[in-house]
Design a protein. Structure first.
Length: 480
């Protein structure tokens, strides 16, 4: 999402950067380019126009022209304006007392309602320690109940169903009663969608809303449908008291118009975004971070937030100490890998690091490599995991046999581990900024090497990571 728009913005700012002197005309010209970029991203024409007017006014007011770094001032104004366009939004779910909090999900067919019900249930269970109940109130499609049951099982959340029933309102009511009886904190009602807005669907969902009086009504919108999504939002908003929108398929290659227009058109913010098909692929929608992403500033905050959920602070301190002493073991290493993996695919993660997004291209990181690497480590003795350099040829063959790998894979892993340990040791003396820079060079080199450096790595990619020269430089820096 936003790839084309990001590119256009960076061209616009680039052209300003190249100019020695900035005039009012230059700013106006930039605004025209931005307006075209927004229209191309499928942003509503009125919104694009008022957006540019607003930026122009502020840019002139802020005397962008007279500042030494006009480009930076302009980026800031555009960033703030984009943030204002998509926000404000309170990304929390307001839980009520006494429970249960009732959430009604509405949306067109295929927009991602059922999937999002599961994702939301998982999110409240994992992050807020709540006990959700899913209610299968889509009685239009025979397979809909099964689909929700499969999802429920996958995430370990109970699903309330009534087969052979024709009345969605009753199923919802009974589901809520069941939630009270079984002491659940939250009920999520999955309703039926239609191909297009029709009166029957609107009447049904309005009736469900009237009878169940949900605390929150979320409209699930498919980002890929662009302006249609915005029109859908408008229609639903006229019939239901929406509390927010969940924009799905954010991971798709869409132009982003829906994300930028929904709030302005309906007055209702996007609260969450679906970023993939997996159950953990739901994230709070932060307009400022999205604006930053559009402007190519990376999405570090989301990355940090994601990382925080997985990495325990105490553990990090312990690890840091081990790293400094070069005492990192293969166990620690695999443990970290597992955590990184839990956070989502490596590629998704790397994309969020500023400057990494455009370098990712089509490069893919083979997660199967991680599995194979784990298998090798698991075939080692605890002593070997602690210090894999004691592994001799016969043990190497034995470990390879035990894990279904080649003996070269085992030695490759040990070698790369040594390099990684050195690299980490070198990193400990650095400041956060230096580390980020170093880390991103490291990961880039890892990827240019064709994959993780830790396994089957016949490439010399990681060797470059801490060359002697770099190490000397780092030592110097530390001394300073
Ligand atoms: N890539 C991607 N796919 C998604 C996302 N959310 C949902 N999907 C996919 O979209 C398809 C439709 O999702 P459903 O959850 O069945 O949609 P629905 O709104 O319940 O559809 P109906 O019940 O037929 O109205 C599925 O294949 C999902 O895996 C997302 O955020 N990213
Ligand atoms: Mg469904």
């Amino acid at each position: 999402m936003f790839d084309a728009l990001s590119k256009r913005f960076s061209d616009v700012f680039g052209s300003i950067r190249g100019r020695g002197r900035i005039t009012e005309e230059n700013v106006a010209e930039a605004m025209r380019a931005i307006r075209t970029a927004l229209l191309e991203a499928d942003v509503h024409v009125e919104i694009a126009r008022s957006f540019c007017d607003e930026v122009y006014k502020k840019a002139i007011g802020a005397e962008v022209i007279k500042t030494l770094k006009p480009e930076q001032v302009l980026v800031k104004i555009v960033h703030d304006e984009l943030t204002a366009l998509m926000g404000p939004v309170d990304p929390r779910i307001p839980f009520v007392t006494p429970p249960p909090t009732i959430i009604l999900m509405a949306g067109l067919q295929g927009s991602g309602k059922t999937t999002t019900c599961g994702k939301l249930a998982k999110m409240v269970a994992d992050r807020h320690a709540k006990r959700p109940l899913l209610v299968a109130a889509d009685l239009k499609r025979p397979a809909a109940i099964d689909q929700l049951e499969v999802i429920g099982e996958q995430i370990g959340v109970p699903v309330y169903t009534e087969r052979g029933h024709q009345n969605a309102v009753k199923v919802c009511r009974n589901g809520i009663r069941e939630a009270r009886k079984t002491d659940r904190d939250l009920v999520i009602l999955d309703t039926a969608g239609r191909l297009a807005i029709d009166e029957e669907m609107m009447a049904e969902i309005a009736k469900v809303a009237e009878v169940t009086t949900p605390h929150q009504i979320y409209l699930v919108l498919d980002a890929m449908t662009g302006q249609d999504a915005v029109n859908t939002a408008k229609s639903f908003n006229e019939r239901l008291e929406l509390d927010g929108v969940i924009l799905t398929k954010f991971d798709s290659d869409t132009r982003g118009g829906a994300a930028l227009s929904v709030k302005r058109v309906t007055g209702k913010p996007i609260k969450f975004m679906g970023v993939g098909e997996k159950m953990e692929n739901l994230e709070p929608f932060h307009p400022d971070r999205i604006a930053g992403r559009i402007l190519g500033m990376g999405d570090m905050l989301s990355l940090v937030e994601q990382a925080q959920q997985q990495f325990d602070a105490d553990e990090a301190v312990k690890l840091e100490k081990k790293m400094a002493k070069g005492q990192l073991t293969l166990d620690d290493f695999v443990d970290q890998m597992r955590k990184v993996r839990k956070m989502g695919s490596m590629k998704e993660l790397m994309k969020k690091i500023p400057g990494m997004g455009d370098q990712m291209g089509d490069m893919d990181i083979d997660e199967g490599e991680l599995d194979r690497m784990e298998a090798v480590v698991q075939s080692m003795t605890p002593k070997e995991r602690h210090n894999p350099f004691i592994i001799d040829a016969s043990r190497r063959r034995r470990i390879a046999r035990g894990s279904g790998a080649d003996p070269q894979d085992v030695s490759g892993l040990v070698k790369s581990f040594g390099q990684m340990r050195d690299a980490m040791k070198a990193m400990t003396g650095m400041s956060m900024m230096q580390r980020m820079k170093f880390g991103s060079t490291l990961s880039r080199q890892m990827m240019q090497g064709g994959g993780m450096p830790t396994f089957k790595s016949k490439s010399t990619a990681t060797k470059r990571v801490v060359s002697k020269k770099d190490r000397r430089k780092q030592r110097k820096k530390r001394r300073r």
